[in-house]
Design a protein around this ligand. Structure first.
Ligand code: HEM
Length: 488
């Protein structure tokens, strides 16, 4: 009996151990990949966020797909994304530097870098942007001043239909440019226009199916037109910024720090003796490129969405304008006013939620082995935090698929924060420009709505305003015209 007892006990122990061990090493589920192509044929690369969201309904909140031979773990839903990026911030906190991202900044700078280099550049960018703007009165002044140029442009259109695309890109680029270089550019400046257009094109190309294919099979690059165009723009944009920095070096006065580039050059000089310093020309060039590119398309495109929503939902626009008139009147809106404008604040938040601007965030990679919800994810695995699944999470939002500012209002009409509001992502790699972007969105949106009513062109109804996004690295509206009709 005792031998039998020992045998049974061993059997139970073995069973418990193996089930525990297999749980610890169990990979996330996912569709079966085919050799060489992985799951490329089971996903629509032109609307990848939606494809992955659909797959998450079948495979659960942590699942894996193969892009060619590269395994990617997808995190879906607010609870899971938060658990990974916030509770396991360290393990999920590295950036995946795809071949296309490497082409852009060679592993330098603040967005597509890792380790001590990234830490030092991120800390420097955060504190310097704060010193030259974010959190201080000065950034508000820069935004308000830039806003006036956009208003002037809109006024000149005298209510005629126009495509608002370029003005917001010019304004957003100028705001970052003042922080980076201490100067803004005239909207008519051809070099500036070319620079902005190139940056937009870069973001567009990064979201194309060809660049996804290049990321899986880098040797295909030279055969792909999109990749050749991409490299052309990368080089041109690098030369532009190099030239501006070279000019600034000539006029640098260590006693007078005008902007980010000056602050970097001064720190570089102070650390010249130190061998391990990351304050070198490469990190300066690529951090500046990163910040200009990250700060342009994102904010500009969110503003474009906001006006389209106003044209499509005029009752929402009426309520924003009623609140602005009642609380602020015709004086310049200030950041301080936000707390007294709960409906307007809710509309801006709902715009960001509904627009789902950066649907896959930027790819992360695990810097060590980690177990999430019982699934083992090896060090060095690419991870997509699917922000679409957070901003449209049916467990978090009452009506995720409609534009509904009440998502951010309580029964008494007071503004409420929602944890699942994550357009800037979360954790260690969360957007570094969130403070600046939020201030920009608030001041530009309110200043415009104080002065203009946005409507579809004559003969086009609100229902016909097309909200189907063009899918790339960001989701942007299809080109379409609106009218900015001056209010009395
Ligand atoms: C990263 C969203 C504006 C600078 C990101 C990420 C998202 C995001 C989703 C990726 C986070 C992750 O990987 O988990 C947005 C949105 C914006 C905006 C929705 C506007 C509405 C800006 C602005 C700047 C900026 C104005 C700076 C001028 C950055 C930088 C990173 C980043 C530097 C990389 C952070 C890192 O890797 O450590 N942003 N962003 N962003 N953003 Fe933004």
């Amino acid at each position: 009996v005792s031998l039998f007892g020992v045998f049974v006990a061993l059997l139970i122990l073995h069973f418990l151990y193996s089930s525990f061990y297999s749980q610890e090493t169990q990979e996330p589920p996912g569709p079966r990949p085919v050799p060489l192509f992985g799951n490329l044929f089971q996903m629509d690369l032109r609307r990848l966020n939606q494809s992955l969201f659909d797959l998450s309904k079948k495979y659960g909140p942590v699942f894996q797909v193969y892009f060619g031979s590269q395994k990617v773990v997808v995190l879906s839903g607010y609870r899971t994304v938060k658990q990974a990026l916030v509770n396991h911030a360290n393990e999920f906190g590295d950036r995946e530097i795809t071949p296309a991202f490497f082409d852009l900044t060679k592993g330098f700078g603040v967005v597509f870098s890792n380790g001590d280099l990234w830490k030092e550049m991120r800390r420097f960018a955060l504190t310097t942007l704060r010193d030259f703007g974010m959190g201080k009165k000065r950034s508000e002044d820069i935004i308000v001043e830039e806003c006036q140029y956009v208003i002037n442009e809109f006024e000149q259109l005298e209510g005629k239909p126009f495509d608002n695309t370029k003005f917001f890109n010019y304004a957003a680029t100028n705001i970052v440019s003042v922080l980076m270089f201490g100067k803004r550019f005239d909207y008519k400046d051809q070099v500036f226009r070319a620079m902005v257009e190139r940056d937009n094109e870069l973001i567009r190309l990064l979201g194309t199916a060809s660049i996804s294919v290049y990321n899986c099979f880098p040797w295909l690059g030279p055969f792909l037109k999109d990749w050749r165009d991409y490299i052309k723009h990368v080089k041109a944009s690098r030369e532009d910024v190099k030239q501006i920095i070279a000019d600034m070096k000539e006029t640098l006065d260590p006693e007078v720090c005008r902007c980010f580039v000056d602050a970097f050059l001064i720190r570089k000089k102070q650390l010249e003796e130190s061998e391990n310093s990351h304050f070198n020309d490469d990190n300066l060039l690529y951090s500046v490129i990163n910040l200009i590119e990250a700060g342009n398309d994102t904010t500009a495109t969110t503003l474009k969405w906001s006006l389209l929503y106003m044209a499509k939902y005029p009752h929402v626009q009426d309520r924003v304008q009623e609140e602005l008139s009642r609380v602020v009147g015709s004086r310049q809106v200030q950041s301080e006013d936000r707390k007294n404008l709960p409906y307007t604040d809710a509309v801006i938040h709902e715009t960001q939620r509904f627009a789902d601007l950066v649907p896959l965030a930027l790819p992360h990679t695990t810097c060590q082995d980690v177990t999430l919800q019982g699934y083992f994810i090896k060090k060095g695995t690419t991870v997509f935090p699917l922000l679409t699944s957070v901003l449209y999470d049916e467990n978090e939002w009452e009506s995720p698929h409609s534009f509904n500012p009440s998502h951010f209002l309580d029964d008494e009409g007071k503004f409420i924060r929602r944890d699942a509001f994550m357009p800037f992502s979360a954790g260690r790699r969360a957007c570094l420009g969130e403070g600046l972007a939020r201030m920009e969105l608030f001041l530009v949106f309110t200043s415009l709505l104080q002065r203009f009513c946005f409507t579809p062109p004559p003969g086009v109804s609100g229902d016909e305003v097309d909200l189907t996004p063009v899918v790339g690295l960001t989701l942007s509206p299809r080109p379409q015209k609106l009218c900015a009709v001056q209010r009395n």
